[in-house]
Design a protein around this ligand. Sequence first.
Ligand SMILES: [Zn+2]
Length: 82
Amino acid sequence: MQTADKLKRMTEAELDAATGKDGALVIESYLPSYRRGCCNCNARPVVKGIINGKIAYDGDMCGPCTWGDAASQFPSNWNGDA
Ligand SMILES: [Zn+2]
């Protein structure tokens, strides 16, 4: 499984360019990061949102804390019908 641990974070300019006129950032995929535990419950991995191979959403919560359902503990459930 691919992880976000080796990916770079987007710069502010790249984030601006990826943000739509409505202010929404459209994440392409979500990848797990195992470096740190969830800030809420300390579970790993935590959720990172990826655009163009870089981290656009630098989350610090695990799947269940991000999305509020137990199935989200599995990164394989983070990207729809993966
Ligand atoms: Zn959590």
